[in-house]
Design a protein around this ligand. Structure first.
Ligand code: NAD
Length: 434
């Protein structure tokens, strides 16, 4: 039976890592009931990392029996003859596992009749994305994809301005740069979870599926051709400086202090992103050193060994409405952040995640002082959860689930629904004829 408006929507979380913790913060906030989404209850957590599983159970005040190390164990306890009373009435799943597990767990959750909030990227091939979209459609279920840019205040405003024909005219081309920055590049795409295509995806899919989704949403069109060039140029053994003396790890490297990619600098001295390492309470330098000694996070960027993800890529997309998009994914950059430049028939728009500048082309009728305008977003810099976008995704998804459970199909589809994003994945997986 569907929950009434007063009853909580019960859900299972698959994966309780970095992303899921952010969604968990939101779920805890609305647990007792919220004006727009009603009450929500996490009924079970699936997480093989015992440290994280324990943290999740504590956060959601769940008994040990509500925690599972594998999805299969959860299935055995929550379906068929094995259905446990405490796992009855689950309606949705949050899937925030590593990429290579999205496909199997999502299809299985849909098979259980659950609506799914799925982390991006959807899956590892376009074919898999199509399968998930089809399964959701056939069962009348929502699959919300976590594409924060659709909810991010800066990007929402930028889209509104870019689509303002009175200002921009019709868009001719868009130049978009995703500057990953050295810290993020080495942490995620050289040493980290997304360093290897088998376990994750290509750099374009991993890092830019939501940028492409945003650009498709902004332009309201689809691709007629896509061209792409790129490669893994820098993070290879042949580029290791001689002074590195063959050191496999930064801890042993004689030139570590001169290297801009040093893991000792990033994690030990600057203490960045340590929350990814499950360090014990009150941890010290010795604990961080152990991570640098024992895990890929301490490896020399030139000698990681199994990283095959590109460090730069340029993609040119021609859209059916005549707009051309030039997207650059830059892994080796000091600056971090997106830069977007829209060129229209009447004027141009620039954005850098913190400010937007508009300038229209001069005409005799327009005084110079009225040609320019700027918008600034000072509050976004340190705002948590992608400036609140991560919480807005879950809220929109849950509103959709409530509407679907109440039988209101028209109101059910959230902005993040998979059906809105398939074109972005066709482009990101380069499945468009070139
Ligand atoms: N939307 C965004 O902006 C954004 C940003 C970063 C990452 N992501 C995506 O989010 C997903 C998770 O990334 P993350 O940064 O949270 O990584 P993470 O490693 O912090 O979390 C993943 C969790 O899944 C767990 N896990 C592994 N195997 C599992 C299994 N079989 N069943 C259940 N859980 C399992 C891991 O132990 C880990 O705790 C990835 O797909 C990633 O690409 C999205």
């Amino acid at each position: 039976m569907n929950p009434t408006a007063e009853e909580p929507v019960r859900l299972v979380m698959a994966g309780f890592g970095n992303r899921a913790r952010t969604y968990g913060d939101y779920l805890l906030r609305v647990a007792g009931g919220d004006a727009s989404v009603g009450a929500v209850q996490v009924a079970a957590v699936v997480e093989p990392n015992v440290f994280r599983l324990q943290a999740a159970l504590e956060a959601f005040s769940l008994p040990p029996a509500s925690g599972f190390e594998t999805w299969e164990q959860f299935l055995a306890a929550s379906s068929g003859d094995g259905l446990r009373p405490d796992l009855q009435g689950i309606r949705a799943a949050v899937v925030a596992t590593p990429d290579h597990l999205h496909y199997g767990i999502t299809l299985s959750a849909l098979g259980q009749g659950y609506h799914v909030l799925l982390e991006k990227p959807i899956a590892q091939t376009y074919r898999e994305c199509l399968d998930i979209a089809q399964a959701a459609r056939e069962r009348g279920l929502i699959v919300g994809i976590c594409h924060p840019l659709r909810y991010h205040p800066f990007f929402v405003k930028f889209r509104e301005l870019a689509r303002d024909e009175a200002r921009i005219g019709h868009i001719v081309s868009i130049s978009y740069a995703e500057n990953i920055g050295l810290d993020r590049m080495t942490h995620a795409f050289v040493r980290g979870l997304w360093r290897n295509r088998e376990g994750s995806n290509t750099l374009l899919v991993s890092k830019c599926c939501h940028d492409i989704d945003y650009l498709v949403w902004l332009t309201g069109s689809s691709a007629s051709t896509v061209q792409s060039v790129g490669g893994l140029s820098l993070f290879r053994p042949e580029w290791a400086p001689e002074a590195n003396s063959g050191a496999e790890r930064c801890l042993d490297c004689p030139m570590e202090r001169e290297c801009p990619y040093s893991s000792v600098e990033l994690y030990l001295r600057r203490r960045k992103w340590l929350r990814h390492f499950d360090l014990p309470a009150g941890f010290g330098d010795g604990d961080i050193r152990r991570v640098l000694r024992d895990t890929p996070f301490g490896k020399c960027v030139y000698r990681v060994g199994d990283n095959d993800v590109w460090d730069h890529q340029a993609v040119q997309v021609a859209l059916h409405n005549g707009v051309e998009i030039r997207l650059a994914v830059n892994g080796v950059t000091g600056v971090e952040g997106r830069r977007i430049h829209v060129m229209g028939s009447k004027g141009e728009l620039w954005g850098d995640e913190h400010s937007i500048r508009f300038e229209c082309y001069p005409t005799a009728a327009l005084p110079a002082g009225e040609r320019e305008r700027e918008w600034h977003f000072p509050a976004l810099a340190d705002a948590p959860g992608h400036a609140g976008a991560d919480y807005a995704i879950v809220e929109d998804f849950l509103k959709g689930v409530r509407a679907a459970l109440a039988g209101d199909r028209a109101a059910a589809l959230p902005l993040c629904d998979i059906s809105h994003s398939m074109e972005a994945y066709r482009i990101a997986f380069l499945e468009v004829e070139t």
